[in-house]
Design a protein around this ligand. Structure first.
Ligand SMILES: Cc1cc2nc3c(=O)[nH]c(=O)nc-3n(C[C@H](O)[C@H](O)[C@H](O)COP(=O)(O)OP(=O)(O)OC[C@H]3O[C@@H](n4cnc5c(N)ncnc54)[C@H](O)[C@@H]3O)c2cc1C
Length: 411
């Protein structure tokens, strides 16, 4: 049997930083993962380069049941904190559009460097076995059936591990090919926490085969994406304009992925294909007067898309000859194209999942209000970032916060 101050389930970014920091502060730490190497999902991030954080970090960039907790965590662990971490790990980075910070080495480098530092700090890795058969401390007010008054216990393979503090840093069930599952969120629910089922976000949309823009796969352009629900349209993306990619099955690209964070079955996706060029002004331009509407639009977007978007009866009309009603109809078709996705690609292709353990059941330092000594960090918590490095930032920041809390409580 192994006995520790802290056992952490999940060697993703949240678990790794939590383990490293707790061990550096003198605690004995077990880090358990069902994979035989740490940071498997992290290694896939940002197309392999890893978008680790963002210059613009606010609670508005997260879906959660308590934005005030997210705001407090981001204040304590701002973008510059993650950048300092990257510097100390000797992981060079660059800033791209929308304030996104990408690593200049494979994303796996971050996992590897953190794992080395864990090792140097004395963390015991238990890899290659899912943690199962959990028992809370019998002193826990909610239970009273654990085999040791002050210790959590569980198995990693055949090894029994006990620890005074348990950290669930097991991520969400998004992208199951990376080994993701909701088993630890279910454990949290069984131990009395309010949880929301994981639902796919940052995921491509699927359209019916006969939707009006079928056959445009490969085309990509900047759009503004909104959601129409119950007769109202809202444009939730704080960044406004991002690129959209037509795929064989529907649409993807940053604009679609971010819109998926708010989309619910039955909602329409609304796309403004000329977000910076009002069509009514383009129609008024003298140089466009003699052009057919379709040809004029092809100057500002791929011709095949212009053809598909332009109402058939207007396509061959010259701009100067179009009346007010036609102009408004054309503007509507370009600035508020509406389509109803049949669904999304689901958890299988989702970069993240909304839902998880609600903050309402946790302290502001992410300790359970139900089971003292139990902490949560990373994506298992009901805090989901938009596209742009927000999820890894949250995983790192919340993992560091939990390490501080446990260290202070262990003094
Ligand atoms: C393709 C892809 C690209 C992405 N790109 C980005 C990006 O560029 N920027 C960004 O911010 N976010 C990105 N994300 C999201 C980001 O990777 C996650 O939000 C982040 O890894 C979550 O960190 P975590 O530590 O909470 O959980 P994870 O990284 O998911 O780690 C959890 C670990 O827990 C382990 N585990 C689970 N249950 C058990 C158990 N019972 N026993 C033992 N081990 C268990 C799992 O094996 C896993 O290794 C991407 C995700 C995907 C899928």
């Amino acid at each position: 049997m192994f006995r520790y101050d802290v056992a952490i389930i999940g060697a993703g970014p949240a678990g790794l930083i939590c383990a490293r920091n707790a061990a550096r502060r003198g605690l004995s730490v077990a880090l358990v993962d069902s994979h035989d190497r740490p940071g498997v999902k992290l290694s896939m991030a940002g197309g392999g380069r890893g978008n680790f954080t963002n210059r613009t970090l606010t609670e508005k960039h997260y879906l959660t049941d308590d934005p005030s907790v997210v705001r407090a965590v981001l204040r304590a662990f701002p973008c510059e904190w993650t950048l300092d971490l990257l510097r100390t790990l000797r992981l060079p980075f660059e800033e791209r559009d929308f304030g996104q910070i990408f690593g200049l080495r494979p994303a796996a480098f971050l996992a590897d460097r953190l794992a080395v530092q864990c090792d140097e700090a004395g963390v015991d890795f238990h890899l290659g076995h899912a943690a199962t058969s959990f028992t809370p401390p019998s002193s826990s007010p909610a239970f009273g059936r654990g085999d040791d008054g002050k210790f959590f216990s569980f198995f990693a393979g055949r090894e029994k591990i006990t620890a005074r503090h348990l950290v669930l840093a097991a991520g969400s069930s998004a992208w199951p090919a990376s080994g993701a599952s909701d088993a630890m969120a279910k454990l949290a629910a069984a131990w009395g926490h309010d949880t929301l089922p994981f639902s796919p976000v940052l995921v491509p949309f699927v359209m019916l085969g006969d939707w009006p823009l079928a056959g445009l796969e490969g085309i990509s352009l900047n759009v503004r994406a909104g959601i129409a629900r119950g007769g109202e349209t809202f444009w939730p993306d704080p960044a406004g304009i991002r690129s959209l990619l037509f795929t064989h099955r529907g649409v993807s690209g940053p604009a679609a992925l971010v819109a998926s964070c708010w989309w619910k079955q039955g909602d329409a996706l609304v796309l403004d294909f000329l977000p910076e060029l009002p069509v009514l002004e383009l129609l008024d331009e003298k140089a466009h007067g003699k052009l057919m509407a379709r040809n004029m639009l092809s100057r500002y977007m791929p011709a095949r898309l212009a053809e598909a978007l332009c109402p058939e009866d207007l396509a061959r009309k010259k701009c100067a000859e179009m009346g007010k009603k036609d102009r408004l109809r054309l503007a509507e078709a370009l600035h508020a194209f509406s389509c109803r996705p049949s669904g999304t690609e689901g958890l299988k292709k989702a970069e993240a999942a909304a839902g998880g353990v609600k903050l309402s059941g946790l302290s502001r330092r992410l300790e359970s209000r139900k089971v003292p000594g139990l902490h949560f960090c990373g994506e298992i918590v009901n805090v989901t970032g938009l596209l742009g490095g927000y999820n890894i930032h949250w995983a790192l920041a919340s993992g560091a916060l939990v390490a501080s809390d446990i260290t202070e409580k262990s003094r």
